[in-house]
Design a protein around this ligand. Structure first.
Ligand SMILES: C[S@@+](CC[C@H](N)C(=O)[O-])C[C@H]1O[C@@H](n2cnc3c(N)ncnc32)[C@H](O)[C@@H]1O
Length: 264
């Protein structure tokens, strides 16, 4: 019998597909577009914000690979492949880079082959797992990553999918415990104290439409994820302002905090 692939629940909006809709992708369904449009009405800048988040991801990988010599990346909450996926950016700088992706959404899994187009010198792998299950993620990533060498743990726009009741800080601590000194944590997180009333209204209206409600956090709460790490300059800032390539880029309206820290 032919493999029919994973089943998707298309009747309710999923974060990966709504994000894909805002980015102009085609991997979304009516419920995702309805939630996406609801958001756009309240906060039209969401389109700039998600693009700024994506650009932040690419700059972080470039800085970590180019300036800090990082050759291993663990990207959890990967998303539906888009422009400048982590392995493409890292391997354009260092072809021997090794990347492991992890996500819990079957639609992302169905796109895994796009994420596994490694250079011959490097390696890519995909783990189908929930961010809360750090043991599975670390165990399966060890097929590809050498955990005696530094790893960049990338949690880009995913921790807002973990409510306080599921201990997001504990999750980050457990992941960081699995990587050696010299490793990095890079994260971005939609903020409750950025983007003004429009962003807050968007969140209030869209959350009931989502399969998994999201949690916005304040800058201080996002900064807490870096406790015990050495924060790289410029600290936790609006993602568009983290080492922007131009003044124009820095001014992109983004309702997302971003930062990078190093494990001493
Ligand atoms: C907003 S998208 C971000 C995608 C990508 N990191 C980026 O910033 O462009 C969030 C991604 O996290 C994934 N995700 C949400 N909750 C998750 C969880 N508990 N475990 C693993 N992945 C999760 C979603 O499936 C989605 O692909």
């Amino acid at each position: 019998m032919a493999d029919e692939g994973p089943a998707f629940d298309t009747s309710v909006a999923h974060v990966a597909r709504v994000y894909n809709y805002w980015l102009g992708g085609r991997d979304n369904f009516a419920a995702d577009r309805k939630a996406g449009d609801e958001a756009l009405q309240a906060f039209p800048q969401i389109v700039f914000s998600v693009r700024a988040n994506r650009a932040f991801l690419a700059r972080v990988v470039r800085v970590l690979a180019g300036k800090f010599g990082i050759r291993q990346f663990l990207d959890v909450g990967t998303g539906i492949p888009s422009a400048s996926n982590t392995h493409e950016v890292a391997q354009s700088i260092a072809p021997q880079s090794r990347i492991v992706y992890a996500d819990n959404d079957p639609i992302v899994l169905s796109h895994a082959r796009v994420l596994l187009t490694s250079t011959p010198e490097g390696a890519c792998d995909y783990v189908d797992a929930d961010l809360r299950d750090t043991t599975t993620i670390l165990d399966q990533a060890a097929r590809t990553l050498d955990f005696s060498q530094p790893v960049a743990v990338m949690l880009i726009a995913v921790l807002h999918c973990i409510p306080d009741s599921d201990d997001p800080y504990g999750i980050v601590t457990r992941l960081l415990a699995g990587v050696p000194p010299g490793s990095f944590l890079a994260l971005s997180h939609p903020g409750s104290d950025v983007g003004g009333e429009g962003h807050a209204t968007m969140h209030r209206r869209v959350n009931p439409l989502m399969s998994v409600p999201t949690t916005l956090r304040r800058r201080t709460e996002v900064t807490r994820f870096f406790d015990g790490l050495e924060l790289l300059e410029p600290g936790v800032v609006v993602a568009a302002q983290w080492r922007p390539d131009s003044e124009f880029e820095a001014r992109t309206p983004a309702a997302v905090w971003g930062g990078v820290g190093r494990k001493a």
